[in-house]
Design a protein around this ligand. Structure first.
Ligand SMILES: NC(=O)c1ccc[n+]([C@@H]2O[C@H](COP(=O)([O-])OP(=O)(O)OC[C@H]3O[C@@H](n4cnc5c(N)ncnc54)[C@H](O)[C@@H]3O)[C@@H](O)[C@H]2O)c1
Ligand SMILES: [Zn+2]
Ligand SMILES: [Zn+2]
Length: 338
């Protein structure tokens, strides 16, 4: 696959920093890729040269016990090899001075070309500009899917989204597409809360220790039908559980917590009907559903342009990391100049 565009995400920076317990080096980072199929191997039948594709760090084989269940998107087919930095056949296609270099998240898209398993590419409409389509490879689909698939937000419901980065803003848009009546977004940045309004938030709150009480006050003392956490902070995850409604409130957790951190929940909150669900890649079954999400963008249902803050060249990926660390913009996208 030839890369045309690739988003720069926290997970890349996290692994580059060396603190990721499952990380390894050397490797080629990058996992928010979009581009064009340049060649196909033997036995590939769902893709052809020239197809426009989005990379899937969360593949979909359509055959394993998880792919056959509607309850999960966690495909089992190539998990072990992908975790080791190998392609499904146990080898790598990357090397430096004759030394093999491992793949990252099964994607390694900070590169002009990458070799991908067929089951880890979603074929998308050729009408979608690839610098927008790449955002569906990770954060945007994660947020949209958390609301649309994991939580399956009902029409008319009250939702609270914690965090207004790429994932949280996607979740706000997902709640809107599901027909939520009230969407409260909580973040520390007023600029990001403004973006949340643009994506469909009806109310915004500056986050802090009082967030739970504020949400209870806004909902007649009960809490929200749905809360979605997209911050990575275990303290905020706890707030998401505590601000979910008695009886049926569902807290959907998207954030990746730090190594060794745990989530504290008072069990009484669960006995009285609150539920907690984790969401990886928004529960999106990549090959089937990423093309549908991209189509909703093409139909004018999702303003993806608002997330694309900057374009950088491949050589400037460290500059994109700096911008991310400074929370300057939502997403920088690498433009491969083709
Ligand atoms: N589950 C998945 O498959 C998946 C995929 C992508 C990213 N993630 C994770 O989702 C999380 C969000 O990703 P992102 O790219 O949107 O990150 P981001 O850093 O851009 O956004 C996080 C937001 O949370 C806000 N925040 C921090 N503390 C807060 C508080 N106390 N109250 C309210 N808001 C607060 C920040 O201001 C920021 O805007 C990260 O933990 C990331 O690792 C998970
Ligand atoms: Zn990502
Ligand atoms: Zn599978």
């Amino acid at each position: 696959m030839r890369l045309v565009a690739c988003g720069v995400c926290h997970t890349d920076m996290y692994t580059a920093s060396g603190v990721d317990p499952s990380g390894y080096a050397p490797t080629v980072l990058g996992h928010e890729g979009a581009g064009v199929v340049e060649a196909v191997g033997d036995g590939v039948d769902s893709l052809a040269v020239g197809d426009h594709v989005v990379t899937l760090f969360s593949p979909q084989c359509r055959e394993c016990v998880h792919c056959l269940s509607p309850k999960t998107n966690l495909c089992l087919a190539i998990r072990d090899q992908q975790g080791k930095g190998h392609l499904p056949d146990g080898t790598t296609r990357l090397s430096r001075d004759g030394e093999p270099i491992r793949h990252f998240m099964g994607t390694s898209t900070f590169a002009e070309y990458t070799v991908m398993p067929e089951i880890a590419l979603a074929k998308v409409s050729r009408e979608a500009p690839l610098d927008r389509a790449c955002l569906f490879a990770c954060g945007l689909s994660t947020g949209l899917g958390a609301a649309m698939f994991t939580a399956a937000v009902e029409q008319g419901s009250t939702c609270v989204v914690f965090g207004a980065g790429m994932v949280g803003l996607g979740a706000v848009a997902g709640c809107r597409l599901q027909g939520a009546e009230r969407i409260v977004c909580v973040d520390l940045s007023s600029e990001r809360l403004e973006m949340a309004r643009h994506q469909g938030a009806t109310d915004t709150l500056v986050g802090g220790p009082h967030s739970v009480q504020q949400i209870l006050d806004m909902t007649g003392g009960f809490g929200a039908d749905h809360t979605i956490e997209a911050t990575g902070s275990v303290a905020v995850m706890r707030q998401a559980v505590e601000s979910a409604r008695m009886g049926w409130g569902l807290a959907t957790i998207c954030g990746v917590a730090g190594k060794g951190e745990t989530l504290d929940i008072v069990p009484r909150l669960l006995i009285t009907g609150r539920r907690v669900a984790g969401s990886s890649f928004g529960g999106v079954k990549g090959r089937d559903q990423v093309p549908l999400l991209v189509q909703r963008y093409l139909d004018g249902d999702i303003d993806v342009d608002a997330f694309l803050s900057r374009r950088v060249g491949l050589d400037d990926v460290n500059k994109a990391f700096e911008l991310m660390e400074a929370q300057d913009g939502i997403r920088s996208v690498i433009d491969f100049g083709s």
